[in-house]
Design a protein around this ligand. Structure first.
Ligand SMILES: Cc1ncc(C[n+]2csc(CCOP(=O)(O)OP(=O)(O)O)c2C)c(N)n1
Length: 667
């Protein structure tokens, strides 16, 4: 794309425009009586130069796919972003929104909450997440440019990060991955103000951040973050770098506050009436709160229109692309699934029911992915260094690398948290559907990013293998016990635990079709028999739980199980039936989807008037609502142990005999 036209702002005009951000920020925080004025006041100069001279964006078209991404990783400084969005003319970010900062129902939440139409690219607040999410966006940009051409996709990703972001462990994973992949269109603006909440950063950290980034393969240097020309020059340098760039912008937190500037007291509290009056005087800003003089607002609005012609030209360019390429590009951006996918998965299910393999569900997942990745070309897979264990790579996927951004498989390395956050960035960017794997036990290492996938309603698919004590000899450090329950506790996440290859394919189908919900697919290491031996086209897993085997006769017992414990439930059923106790088995691959069914379906599936026994090789939390007061749970009550899987199931009493005994005791 053409170099965006820049508007030349004199130093005086620059100062006025930056002060508009400072005034809005300190006044909004004051009115809300809570918030963080220090960072926006400190970074106002950097943000002004970025938004008036460099950032490619169009407030009248916030969804423009080729816009530069701006990620406010230091999310507590949300008023910086809201000020910029208001000043540059995003329609929905009105002055009333600014006045209603932090109030119920306002778009101006305490920390930025993802809303593309508002120009809020991602939810931030948990420090470091934004930075790692920006890495995912920058990966998506390079990938899509390789796939659809640089005239369709060619933008920068900017992340504004503070000391806190860079102290967080996730920053290590993020910048290491970005350096390795040479994401040269990623630019980090570090608010190098030497202050965090407890006071000067020297009390807790002595890192040389510039040296640190350089060690990770970045271009990194320091500037005066209050000198517009230096900021401008730094951004120019960054934009032509062959590596990602970190600009350490030395700033004064709370710049303009006469007594509090440069101190931690401006970080997260209103400045107070006297200090605000003093700041007005010091900054030469005599205007009342929330009033931006016409000429300053108009200069900002003009800046907001800098890229309008570029966005129009982009649209025209896309319109005249070859129809096939344009269709593929638009479908990718729309996150669409090809019509052929349904049939391909139905055929796949049928072939499994006929062949009845006894394989681990992680292998079944790979088989499903082999079908999916062949039909759906927008998936981008990966694993945190467990490719062979997670079974995440399929024949269609080449490795992505600095030499091959078109590759669809990301070697995330041993960076689970960074992977999860990068997948958020990939999904938010659009054009790709990310999935990535590690062991289920290490969802703990991904959890803050999984929570953001859920909060932001992103279709991110977590392939989490080795899902119980069934993994065996690696022992209790690797055996998830509490993880299913803890992940099920998180709103807007579907936790799947399929029982065989057919359910695995069904769970994949649901995950791909869940446009606003992330999925965690928990998969076994050990081989499991095919239990869905009669082919049906209907996706039985879509209701979360369903009767897998009816009872012979009027059921007296219902055994409910998930994943690998379905085999135990079926054996127990046969034993109970042999003893004349009619028993049915319910498979429950996804409790969240089951809970969403109507009451009749739930009651009928759980078996009204039957003794209910639940079996899952994990803790009982949550199962009480299915088995009721008179039912029983067979599962884990402690951490696991290191031994072969079979010995562990015996040792922990997760056996058909235990199910039979528990049922008979309650009849
Ligand atoms: C993961 C996480 N831990 C803690 C916090 C609480 N917190 C918010 S801002 C902050 C200090 C950040 O310091 P810095 O990045 O230097 O911001 P500045 O003081 O410059 O605004 C902390 C600890 C958080 N938001 N996220």
């Amino acid at each position: 794309m053409n170099e965006t036209t820049t508007i030349k702002t004199s130093r005086v005009q620059h100062g006025l425009m930056a002060n508009a951000i400072r005034a809005l920020s300190m006044d909004a925080v004051e009115k809300a009586n809570s918030g963080h004025p220090g960072m926006p006041m400190g970074m106002a100069d950097v943000a002004t130069v970025l938004f008036t001279r460099h950032l490619k964006f169009d407030p009248h078209w916030p969804e423009w796919p080729d816009r530069d991404r701006f990620v406010l990783s230091a999310g507590h400084g949300s008023m910086l972003l809201y000020s910029l969005l208001y000043l540059t003319g995003y329609e929905e970010m009105t002055i009333d929104q600014i006045r209603n900062f932090r109030q119920l129902g306002a778009h101006t939440a305490g920390h930025p909450e993802f809303e593309r139409s508002l120009g809020i690219e991602t939810t931030t607040g948990p420090l470091g997440q934004g930075l790692a999410t920006a890495v995912g966006m920058a990966i998506a940009e390079r990938h899509l440019a390789a796939k659809y051409g640089s005239e369709a996709v060619d933008h920068f990703t900017y992340a504004l990060a503070g000391d806190g972001c860079l102290m967080e462990g996730i920053s290590h994973e993020a910048i290491s991955l970005a350096g390795h992949l040479k994401l040269n269109k990623l630019i980090v603006l570090f608010d190098d103000n030497h202050i965090s909440i407890d006071g000067p950063t020297e009390i807790s950290v002595s890192d040389d951040q510039v040296a640190r980034f350089k060690a990770h393969g970045w271009n990194a240097f320091r500037i005066d973050g209050h000198d517009p020309d230096a900021i401008d020059a730094a951004l120019r340098t960054a934009k032509v770098s062959d590596k990602p760039t970190m600009i350490a912008c030395r700033t004064t937190i709370g710049y303009g506050a006469p007594k509090k500037a440069g101190t931690a007291s401006t970080h997260g509290s209103p400045l107070g009436a006297d200090e605000i009056a003093g700041a007005r005087e010091k900054l030469g800003w005599p205007y009342p709160p929330f009033e931006i003089p016409e000429e300053i607002l108009s200069a900002w609005r003009t800046a907001g229109q800098r890229s309008a012609s570029v966005s129009k030209a982009w649209k025209a360019h896309i319109a005249q692309l070859d129809a096939g390429l344009r269709g593929a590009f638009e479908a990718a951006l729309g996150g669409d699934l090809p019509a052929a996918l349904d049939q391909a998965l139905a055929d796949h299910k049928k072939s499994i029911s006929e062949a009845k393999p006894k394989i681990a569900t992680r292998a079944a997942s790979q088989n499903a992915l082999e079908v999916i990745n062949g039909v759906l070309e927008t998936t981008v897979g990966g694993s945190a260094d467990l490719t062979g264990s997670n079974n995440t790579k399929t024949s269609q996927l080449d490795d992505m690398s600095a030499d091959n951004y078109g590759g669809r498989y990301i070697r995330y390395g041993v960076r689970e948290h960074g992977m999860a956050a990068a997948m958020n960035g990939l999904a938010l960017h659009g054009g790709v559907i990310p999935y990535g794997g590690t062991f289920l036990v290490f969802t703990d290492y991904c959890r803050p990013a999984i929570r953001l996938s859920a909060l932001m309603r992103q279709r991110v698919i977590y392939v989490m293998t080795h899902d119980s004590i069934g993994l065996g000899e690696d022992g209790p450090t690797h055996q998830p016990v509490e993880h299913l329950a803890s992940l099920r506790a998180m709103p807007n996440v579907n936790v799947f635990r399929p029982a065989d290859s057919v359910e695995t394919a069904e769970c994949w189908e649901i995950a791909l079709k869940s446009r606003e919900t992330p999925s965690i697919i928990a998969l076994s290491r050990q081989g499991l028999p095919t239990v869905r031996t009669d082919h049906v086209t209907e996706n039985m897993s879509a209701r979360g739980g369903y009767e897998l085997r009816p009872a012979d006769g009027a059921a007296k017992v219902t055994v409910i199980a998930t994943g690998s414990e379905i085999e135990i439930a079926l054996t127990a059923r046969d034993q109970l039936q042999a003893e004349g106790i009619p028993t049915r088995v319910v498979s429950m691959p996804c409790t969240e989807l089951f809970d969403a069914q109507d009451e009749d379906y739930r009651a009928g599936t759980l078996g009204v008037g039957t003794v209910r026994i639940a079996v899952e090789a994990a803790i009982s939390l949550g199962w009480e609502r299915y088995v009721g007061e008179h039912g029983a749970f067979i599962g884990m009550h402690s951490f696991g142990a290191s031994a072969p899987a079979k010995a562990l199931y015996e040792h922990f009493g997760i056996t058909p005999a235990a199910v039979v005994a528990a049922a008979k005791k309650r009849l």
